[in-house]
Unconditional design. Structure first.
Ligand code: SRM
Ligand SMILES: Cc1cc2nc3c(=O)[nH]c(=O)nc-3n(C[C@H](O)[C@H](O)[C@H](O)COP(=O)(O)OP(=O)(O)OC[C@H]3O[C@@H](n4cnc5c(N)ncnc54)[C@H](O)[C@@H]3O)c2cc1C
Ligand code: SF4
Ligand code: FES
Lengths: 117, 838
């Protein structure tokens, strides 16, 4: 299940963690190639998402600790610091146009979670 | 009225109202010679300002008080006879005859004879040294007699009596007494509580007040030497001012056989006409609507009514508002509307602050919509606003107590934040004013918090203004007539209170369960913590178990306060602020071992800052082994119960405040609620624990405890209000159980008790009725529900420490056992601090 199209020519899939490592309807942070990636198990929708772990608002490494949910159907995550919310699909900040984060494709295979960089 | 020939007007009495009549008639007549006015005055001087008569003692001269000089009358063609009272009226020939023998014809006669002091028939009133207080002559007599007097009294504790008493003080008498027959001061204007407040203010200025005293005799030879009372007591005084009320001057009217009232006053109709249609009566001599209006404003209004009718207009005198505001001896006293109406005909809200000498009372209609009247003592700043609200029958905001407590947050009364001025700063982080927000909501249609955050950034900083932003959105929508339901968010069409009831009735214990049953979609950062709080308040199960961890807000998620840089703080519970040296040592050791910054908090405990997420379970394990428990510094739950040292050490303490604070803290620890809860227990009235700034505060009395509720520090400080006095410990806890449970069940999310109360219809009286008097009949249930929560309390950190599954969640990376390498610290005063963020 990999609906997100990456613009890069080639995606390298990195094994991040076991599905159990990410709480249902919550997130966790994986260290991949020295980069902090937030991974979300949106089990209510049966979807997985991955974004930068760093919130651009105050450069805090905390997006993975945020609450996820939806806004008019758009899946989103709220940074725990000041509740900037970001679309999990596009990375666009939904309550402050000035900000956005990177999103990454996620692949789940045999209970392992892979992130495409 | 004919305008061809000049109409002859004769005015009897050159007092305040008689003068005002002349002034108005001159101003309003269409042609200069429509009216010819003749005025007879009994007093030797032209009309003066009787209302400010007392200023005479403060150095004002008779000239200063004069309303218009004698020249004014001449210039305006008014014939004025002073020291020349009218002694007879020939109604058939329409003639008046004065004491000096002037006979003048009138087409219309205006009686403005005012009133005189009422002197009760007490034996001895004729003695030297007994005075009345009405004219400049009276004051001159008092002034000269006071030079040889030492102790003075005033008979009558009404408006004028208190003014007279103040005058006695100013005249330098050694003692000044006020003797009042009624059980309270100013019985026509204020109630018992207001009177008590006024009394203590006046006493502090050196007046001696004697209430409920019936004077039987004025003792002495030629001169007064004392007053004998019915209760056999005696007051030693050498001068007395009688101010026992007024008696309308209707003796001339009686001679002329005009209709008068047996208890005094010339009877007039709505046009102020006496029983003779050519004779009017105005001012304090007139009895309109069965009453004498003893104030200047209705007198002036009467003058206006007669003038209007004389010049051919139509106007009648309607029942006049007797509202008054005065400064008595430096103390504001005001009453308006119907000050005395009592429950159950209305709801009465009272505010009393003995330290400041302030008493306020408002009477609100049964349905809470209208202001019926009220009393203000000590602080009458809100008088005009209240009077307007009362007179114009303005619909009141639900939190009508704001009307008198408005000054709390510096805001004027009204619908909370909607009554703020447009330039009021709502979001101080982003400098967004109320006006800007109203514009975004009203003009640009940004009607959700998210939309507001986006368009003007309000609420995107610390978020502390979000409740106000929400109120403004709702306020503007309401003003536009849009019906707004207080729903949680797009995922739940319920209010918090509704949802709590639903969850409870259905016994649901998980977030997804709640969302499936009563909501739709996937939830969000608004409804998740809200449901988390409801679940915790209802069942008190570990907030991280089942699917509940990921619905918790930032701090609750990791049972610690997240800091700049992403580290956390650790605050162990230190009930009542009491701690053994052994435990202090453990805190020090733990802080040292994990490299944490330590600080004594404002809540009498110790905060350890800068813990890595990964270290939290280990830190807590060590603390728990030493006997500590979670302090819930991260939760919307009970924080601290501060205490002062109390009777165990303090020389003033009357109860053991530390023991009780510990008992209270242990009872409610871990209790989750719509917002955080703080408490304090003080050992005596000195209030070292600052209990009155807490959500519930307890202050020791000789007999037990006084319980205060709904106080707040923070950005909008508010004092807690007293709901029970002298209760024993068990009763006190019972009342707190009910209070807290009622709050938990009915408050909006993230609403502190103070704000909850401010928005509550019926205010503190209602809350008290529910909590103390149990008018809703729910007290037992509330107590049972509270006990159930207390019974299942467990330290949530202990559970995490002992549960490997939960423990595993406390790690920054899911795929590496290392701490967040981006966290950076600096050193400051020998401790570490986090690096400033960009
Ligand atoms: C540590 C402490 C300051 C200190 O160094 O003394 C503190 C620190 C914080 N306060 Fe406070 N408050 C502290 C005492 C107070 C007090 C004083 C008191 O409790 O006697 C007040 C005013 C009293 C009151 O609450 O009515 C206070 C009013 C606030 C408010 C404003 C609440 C309001 O109703 O306006 C907030 C914001 C909020 O809760 O929404 C707040 C929020 C915070 C938070 C939790 C902000 C946050 O979410 O990160 C701060 C972080 C604590 C941390 O990281 O550990 N803190 N805070 C105090 C901890 C006391 C304790 O032992 O638990
Ligand atoms: C000390 C004091 C303080 C007061 N403070 C306040 C206050 O704070 N607020 C307030 O609203 N009110 C106050 N009042 C009341 C207010 O002064 C009266 O309501 C007002 O003066 C009434 O005006 P009037 O013209 O009807 O009567 P008056 O001012 O009494 O004038 C009547 C005049 O008619 C004269 N007269 C009587 N009979 C005859 C006759 N046959 N022929 C000719 N002349 C005659 C009298 O001598 C007198 O000069 C106070 C009064 C006093 C004494
Ligand atoms: S409140 Fe009273 S009893 Fe407590 S420390 Fe202060 S003075 Fe002592
Ligand atoms: S750091 Fe993420 S919202 Fe401020």
């Amino acid at each position: 299940m990999e609906p997100v199209k990456n613009t890069k020519d080639r995606i390298t899939w990195h094994k991040a963690c076991h599905v159990e490592d990410i709480p249902a309807d919550g997130g966790g942070c994986a260290l991949i190639e020295g980069k902090q990636i937030a991974i979300f198990n949106f089990s209510r929708r049966g979807e997985w998402y991955a974004t930068d772990n760093m919130c651009p608002h105050r450069q805090q490494m905390a997006v993975a600790r945020g609450m996820i949910g939806s806004q008019e159907g758009e899946p989103k995550v709220a940074c725990p610091f000041h509740k900037k919310t970001f679309s999990l699909r596009s990375g666009q900040c939904l309550n402050d146009e000035a900000y956005s984060i990177n999103t990454f494709p996620v692949m789940v295979k045999e209970n392992q979670v892979y992130i495409g960089l | 009225m004919e305008t061809q020939k000049t109409v002859q007007i004769v005015v009897v009495g050159n007092g305040m109202v008689g003068y005002k009549f002349c002034e108005k008639l001159l101003a309003k007549q269409k042609n200069n010679h429509d009216f010819a006015i003749t005025v007879f005055g009994e007093e030797p001087r032209v009309a003066y300002d009787r209302v400010h008569l007392s200023a005479f003692f403060a150095g004002k001269t008779a000239d200063d008080l004069t309303l218009a000089p004698a020249d004014w009358y001449t210039e305006n063609g008014i014939r004025l006879f002073l020291s020349d009272p009218v002694v007879d009226i020939d109604r058939e020939e329409k003639l008046v005859r004065s004491h000096h023998g002037h006979v003048v014809h009138y087409d219309y006669l205006v009686m403005a004879t005012g009133s005189g002091a009422f002197v009760p028939s007490i034996p001895g009133v004729e003695k030297d040294g007994v005075f009345v207080y009405r004219t400049i002559e009276d004051l001159e007599l008092i002034l000269s007699y006071a030079k040889k007097a030492k102790k003075g009294a005033v008979l009558g504790g009404g408006l004028l009596g208190l003014e007279a008493a103040k005058a006695l003080l100013d005249l330098g008498l050694q003692e000044a007494h006020v003797v009042e027959f009624a059980p309270r001061l100013m019985p026509r204007q204020i109630d018992d509580a207001g009177s008590r407040m006024l009394q203590s203010q006046l006493e502090s200025l050196g007046l001696n007040i004697h209430l409920g005293k019936s004077t039987q005799e004025i003792k002495g030879g030629d001169c007064i030497e004392g007053m004998q009372f019915a209760d056999n007591s005696f007051l030693d005084v050498d001068m007395l001012v009688i101010s026992a009320g007024i008696r309308p001057r209707d003796e001339l009217a009686k001679i002329a056989s005009l209709e008068t009232h047996p208890r005094g006053g010339i009877i007039v109709d709505d046009q102020l006409r006496t029983s003779d249609p050519h004779i009017f009566a105005i001012g304090e001599c007139a009895l309109a609507h069965h009453m004498i209006y003893g104030l200047i404003a209705p007198g002036y209004e009467m003058a206006d009514v007669v003038v209007t009718n004389l010049i051919g207009g139509e106007k009648s005198f309607s029942p006049f508002d007797m509202s008054t505001k005065l400064k008595l001896i430096g103390t504001d006293v005001a009453s308006f509307g119907d000050p005395f109406i009592e429950e159950p005909a209305c709801r009465t809200i009272r505010y009393e602050n003995k330290a400041k000498g302030v008493y306020k009372r408002i009477n609100v209609s049964e349905d809470g919509k209208q202001l019926l009247g009220g009393i203000l003592v000590g602080d009458a700043d809100q008088y005009n606003m209240l009077l307007q609200t009362c007179k114009s029958k303005t619909i009141l905001p639900p939190d009508s107590e704001d009307l008198i407590l408005g000054s709390r947050g510096g805001e004027e009364a009204g619908a909370g934040v909607m009554s703020f001025p447009d330039d009021a700063l709502i979001c101080s982080c982003e400098a967004v004013t109320k006006g800007m927000l109203c514009h975004e909501v009203g003009e640009n249609g940004h009607t959700t918090i998210d939309a507001i955050k986006k368009c003007c950034k309000a609420g995107t900083g610390c978020g502390g203004c979000l409740p106000m932003v929400k109120d403004i959105i709702q306020g503007v929508l309401k003003e536009k007539g849009v019906y707004v339901r207080n729903v949680i968010c797009e995922h739940f069409d319920h209010s918090r209170q509704e949802l709590l009831d639903l969850v409870k009735m259905n016994g649901i214990r998980t977030y997804n369960g709640v969302l499936d049953h009563f909501g739709h979609g996937d939830g969000c950062e608004t409804c998740k913590p809200l449901v988390g709080s409801i679940l915790a308040s209802l069942w008190n199960e570990n907030i991280l178990e089942k699917d509940r961890a990921t619905i918790q807000d930032s701090n609750d998620r990791y049972l610690a306060n997240i800091q700049k840089g992403g580290t956390y703080s650790v605050v162990p519970r230190i009930p009542g602020g009491e701690i053994t040296p052994e435990k202090l040592i453990v805190i020090g050791q733990v802080a040292q071992k994990y490299g944490m910054y330590t600080k004594i908090t404002g809540g009498q405990r110790i905060d350890l800052f800068g813990a890595h997420l990964n270290d939290l379970p280990d830190i807590w394990e060590e603390l728990i082994n030493a006997g500590f428990e979670s302090g819930h510094a991260y939760g919307k739950s009970l924080r601290t119960v501060k205490s002062c040292v109390g009777s165990t050490w303090c020389r003033f303490g009357v109860q053991d405040s530390v023991s009780f604070a510990i008992e209270v803290e242990d009872r409610y620890k871990g209790l989750r609620s719509p917002h955080k809860l703080k408490s304090a227990v003080s050992g005596c009235v000195r209030e070292c624990a600052e209990a009155q700034s807490k959500d519930f505060g307890i202050i020791a009395t000789e007999k037990g405890w006084n319980l205060y509720v709904c106080g707040n520090g923070g950005s909008k400080p508010q004092h807690a209000q007293l709901i029970a006095t002298d209760v024993d410990s068990a009763t006190c806890l019972k009342l707190i159980d009910r209070f807290l449970m009622f709050y938990i069940k009915t408050a909006d999310p993230l609403t502190r008790t103070a704000t909850w109360l401010n928005k509550m219809e019926g205010g503190i009286n209602y809350l008290k009725a529910v909590v103390v008097d149990d008018v809703l009949g729910i007290a037992d249930q509330l107590e049972v529900e509270m006990q159930a929560l207390i019974d299942v309390y467990k330290c949530e950190w202990k559970e995490v420490v002992e549960n490997p599954e939960l423990r595993k969640r406390f790690s920054h990376f899911v795929n590496a056992p290392v701490k967040d390498p981006t966290v950076q610290f600096e050193t400051m005063r020998d401790q570490k601090r986090v690096k400033e963020w960009a």
